[in-house]
Design a binder for this molecule. Structure first.
Ligand code: LLP
Length: 449
């Protein structure tokens, strides 16, 4: 029963990103089932999944077609290895990924989580420069508020102090670019991103000009900085970054772990601005949130720099045990089939419009300072005072309090500091989206008065 499970959980489990002193002994929810947009706990309570199983869910929970594909694959082959072998699902999926990826991406390197997908991109870019006569190009540009995962390499290109500061001595040095955070712009005091002419891009240009000789690559979450607070980039930013990378001969590594697979309304965020990155990291939505799977896509040009006789030692010496796992790839293939069958991308615009209207409506609330949206991603920034944009002190945990309030209303949400995150399954119905937004509005009102 739930009590026993809670006891085992408290006694034996260490939860990620969780202060366990608050967790142990609390009435924590234990999820046992999923159904469409809902997750269901061991007591049968249903919660609308407002954050889509930590930003991974695409077609809803326990979607029959994906379940079936996984079951069939388990009976055929659970795992072999991609080291010295191939498997049918991994090959089929690689072809499908290249078919839908921004034009120019030609090769798929698998791994099993978003952090490693980015870290692989960083290693690829580094080694590419080493093997193409640019030995001095060893550094990376990263953005403030960036989040690319928690392994040491992906933390190095991250920019969120509370996550990364304590590990500073372990991280490799980077060139730090300002975050394109219009609501809290450090470059344009008026914070008016429409009239500033993209000062953040100008600053990036200055940094690139200064450091071009030593820069191997730049790492960016295109369109939206996720864990940084669902910070939506001004239009033209991604394209501008691509142009600067071209001009200064810097490899562009796009981390589409959170924004990939339809989340922004397009299959990939880079595609929205007609951009092809040199390297693209994918995870989360790739398997529709079913199984750990990730991929780092790259161009023929980069791939070719690793080509040679084995004795030249140009091989990419990297690989994980579960790379290209056939069950995970089978789930991913079934997910791509559903994109077509459900005409999922075509079904999004009315939901995106609705989300937009509801978010705009929230601006009437006295403590909603900013609302941000890109496709099916929403962010609501709560402030003490709107005129001065004064943030709530982090110790007030205003985001956590709103999300706990929402739980009473049958919603599961997880905030990012003072930002309420909206990241539901893409398959959510308009009615469910209305319930979600009603619940969020009521919870913000209840908590902020
Ligand atoms: N890149 C991006 C853009 C991500 O959003 C994530 C994870 C990763 C890479 C790393 O993927 P992973 O290794 O987890 O598969 N810490 C926050 C949010 C974490 C969001 C997960 N994003 C929280 O405590 O809510």
């Amino acid at each position: 029963d739930t009590e026993t499970l809670r006891r085992y959980d408290s006694e034996y489990l260490w939860h990620p990103f969780t202060q366990m002193s608050e967790w142990e002994g609390a009435e924590n929810i234990i999820i046992a089932r999923g159904e469409g947009s809902y997750i269901i706990d061991t007591d049968g309570n249903r919660y609308l999944d407002g954050v889509g199983a930590i930003w991974t869910n695409v077609h809803g929970h326990c979607r029959a077609e994906i379940n079936e594909a996984v079951k069939q694959q388990v009976d055929r082959l659970e795992h072999s290895t991609l080291l010295g072998l191939s498997n049918d699902r991994a090959a089929l999926l690689a072809k499908r990924l290249i078919d839908i990826a921004p034009p120019g991406l030609a090769k798929v390197f698998y791994s099993d989580n978003g952090s490693t997908a980015v870290e692989i991109g960083v290693k690829m870019a580094f080694q590419y420069q080493q093997q193409t006569g640019n030995k001095q190009k060893t550094k990376f540009i990263r953005f403030d508020n960036a989040y690319h995962g928690d392994t040491v390499g992906s933390m190095s290109v991250g920019g969120i102090a509370i996550y990364h500061e304590v590990y500073a001595p372990l991280l490799f040095p980077t060139i730090k670019a300002p975050s394109p955070y219009c609501y809290r712009c450090t470059l344009s005091p008026e914070g008016d991103c429409n009239s500033c002419g993209l000062l953040c891009l100008k600053e990036l240009e200055r940094l690139m000009e200064q450091h071009a000789h030593e820069l191997a690559g730049l790492v960016i979450e295109p369109s939206v900085q996720g864990a940084g607070g669902m910070i939506v980039q001004p239009p033209g930013f991604v394209k501008g970054v691509r142009e600067l990378c071209d001009r200064f001969d810097v490899l562009m590594i796009a981390d589409e772990v959170a924004v990939g697979f339809g989340r922004t309304g397009a299959m990939f965020a880079c595609g929205k601005e007609g951009v092809t990155p040199d390297i693209m990291a994918l995870s989360k939505g790739i398997s529709a949130g079913y199984l750990p799977l990730a991929a780092t896509l790259t161009t023929k040009k980069i791939y070719d720099a690793f080509w040679g006789d084995y004795a030249e030692l140009k091989t990419f010496f990297h690989g994980h045990t579960f790379t290209g796992n056939p069950i995970a790839c089978a789930a991913a293939l079934a997910s791509l089939d559903l994109f077509e069958k459900d005409r999922l991308l075509e079904s999004l615009p009315p939901k995106i419009d609705y989300l937009n209207r509801r978010l705009q409506g929230l601006l009437d609330l006295p403590h909603v300072g900013d609302v941000r949206q890109e496709g099916m991603i929403g962010g609501i920034e709560l402030v003490v005072e709107k005129d001065t944009r004064k943030p709530y002190h982090w110790e007030e945990r205003i985001g956590v309090r709103v999300c706990l309030e929402a739980r009473k209303r049958g919603l599961f949400l997880r905030p990012l500091g003072n930002i309420i995150v909206i990241f539901p399954p893409l398959s959510i119905s308009l009615n469910e989206l209305a319930l979600l937004m009603d619940g969020i509005e009521a919870s913000i009102t209840a908590v902020t008065g």
